[in-house]
Ligand binder design. Structure first.
Ligand SMILES: O=C(O)CCC(=O)C(=O)O
Length: 307
């Protein structure tokens, strides 16, 4: 495994995107406008973010019935900005060109993806450099744990009716940090975050769309737990809540520091969460509460000690 880049201060912006509806081209147009807006920061000197994040399923209504209709084929695993424009995916093309135009790293939320060879559908996160390069190799980050839950009288959701779970853990390196990825329900599985942290990720970013049942119960708790047990920064980016949509997202996009402190949190509506990430907080947490070096793998040898 390559050595992680040294962790430097940077600004992070989460776009809690509103107005996602059935018209995909309108969704893409609005997402583009919001990326450009978020990339301006708050207008003050030095507030431009280096990394901008979109929410889960930003180009289509959320729901397993919609995934086959909205799914796009990407067809490559790495590509520069010119090659990206030859791809069939409208969303990937827009994300690449907008990352370049805005000159930011971009975590492109997630889209329903149809694999070019086996035709299976995935919930997929793609990442772009400030030159519009398509970054991930594995081949992208596909949601690993599918959202299949049934809380009688509250919410039943079965992503596995149309989607297949991804089978790789993914991170990417920027000039300021190693960033690990997950999507929404993946946050409930501490193993994924733990392994990403052990692979040197400083910040974990999970586009997500919790709901009005599990949002108030667990959205904040899970992020703070993953941040504290791994002593990393943790961020989740949600769509804005729309009570006219088929799925009511919780909103509350947030960024948590390695002590578990919430640095910023959106409310329900469309907004951009802007945060300065300070690496000294991570180093202070790890020095003061040194759990990262105190693990007792002799007591729990079934947990893999490998880095
Ligand atoms: O874990 C939860 O409660 C919500 C998960 C979810 O909404 C998702 O994976 O899309």
């Amino acid at each position: 495994m390559s050595t992680a880049p040294s962790f430097k201060p940077f600004k992070l912006a989460l776009i809690q995107l509103g107005g996602v509806g059935p018209d995909k081209s309108a969704n893409l147009k609005h997402a583009r406008e919001m990326i450009l807006k978020a990339a301006e920061g708050d207008g003050s000197a030095g507030s431009k973010p280096s990394l901008v994040v979109l929410p889960e399923c930003f180009n289509s209504p959320y729901g397993h019935a919609h995934f086959p209709t909205y799914a796009e084929t990407i067809g490559f695993t790495k590509a520069d900005d010119i090659e990206v424009q030859t791809c069939k995916s409208e969303s990937v093309k827009m994300l690449s060109s907008t990352a370049k135009e805005a000159n930011v790293w971009l975590v492109g939320g997630s889209i329903p993806e149809r694999d070019a060879s086996d035709q299976r559908l995935y919930n997929t996160c793609t990442v772009y450099s400030p030159t519009g390069k398509f970054i991930l190799a594995a081949p992208t980050h596909r949601k690993v744990h599918l959202f299949d839950i049934d809380i009688p009288g509250k919410i039943t959701f079965k992503e596995s009716e149309t989607l297949t779970g991804g089978s790789s853990l993914n991170f990417f390196d920027t000039e300021f940090a190693r960033i690990g990825l997950g999507i929404c329900y993946d946050v409930r599985f501490p193993e994924l975050a733990m392994i990403s942290a052990r692979k040197g990720c400083h910040v974990l970013i999970y586009p997500g769309a919790f709901n009005l049942t599990t949002g108030p119960l667990h959205w904040s708790l899970l992020q703070r737990a993953r941040a504290v047990d791994n002593q990393v920064f943790f961020a989740m980016c949600s769509p804005a809540r729309d009570m006219n949509a088929g799925y009511h997202a919780w909103g509350h996009s947030m960024v948590v520091d390695p002590f578990g402190k919430i640095l910023a949190e959106a409310e329900e509506g469309e907004s951009v969460v802007q945060v300065s990430i300070d690496p000294t907080v991570l180093y202070d947490a790890r020095a003061g509460i040194p759990v990262t070096t105190q693990r007792r793998f002799d007591v729990y040898p079934d947990v893999n000690n490998a880095q």
